[in-house]
Write a protein that binds this ligand. Sequence first.
Ligand code: ATP
Length: 266
Amino acid sequence: MDKAQDSKSWSIRDIIPENHPRKESLLIREKLIEAMEKSILVPQGLIAHGRGECFDYLIGEKTQDFAEKAIEAAAATLLLAKTPVISINGNMAALVPEGLVRLAEETNAKLEVNLFYRDERREKAIAELLYKANAKEVLGVGEDASTVIPELFSQRRRVSPKGIYIADVILLGLEDGDRTEALVKMGKKVIAIDINPLSRTSRSATITIVDNIIRAVPRLVEKVKELKSKNKEELEQIVLNYDNKNVLAESLKFIANRLTQLSLSL
Ligand code: ATP
């Protein structure tokens, strides 16, 4: 059988040359395909990732200053939160399970599975992955998701009464705009990791980290550890000084300037 057809007998890791300029990106795609095979991700998650890859090109595949500012405000907000929750979908679980568990530990946040394409098998597969990454508790699986977020009509309206429903701060990523808007309307502070500054999620979140979740989560863990030495007033000052509209505007200006520079270099 042709190598390209026999996907089980070889691994993409063996065939990408070490010096391939898009090696990392190809390996991440492979990770997502493996997650799909384990029912952690749905095919639509692959398409969402593709949209994100495009924006990573535009921001230069690095955590830029506008993301650093949002990461600092997000870290301070999580440390000040009373009932923080990290909402996890298939893409997040596939890409950064250990980082999310770490972040939950460092901020005393709960982990809750919340899926657009909800089904119990997927919820359990994601929870299992998080437990393997050392999670102590994973909410939102099966009957635990028994409360409903008003104004939402997809399956993501079902949430845990011990988690998202009572949370004051929710961190989410690769999310669609409806739910972000509904959570903000419920009076919750939403920290979104979304590499597309034009998405409805980016525009309606309280704090938007315009960066690849693969880089943003470890950076956020580092920042939380660093800010733990600050007192409540200092953390509140960081949050007060933060302006999400400015940060989104900076990200768009950065992309526009970068494209202009690139066009001049041709
Ligand atoms: P909205 O409804 O908020 O306008 P959307 O319809 O684009 O957004 P989805 O396709 O459901 O939303 O979610 C995917 C979002 O996540 C997109 O904005 C995409 O750019 C972003 N995204 C994809 N991959 C990554 C990644 N690795 N890191 C951060 N963000 C990503």
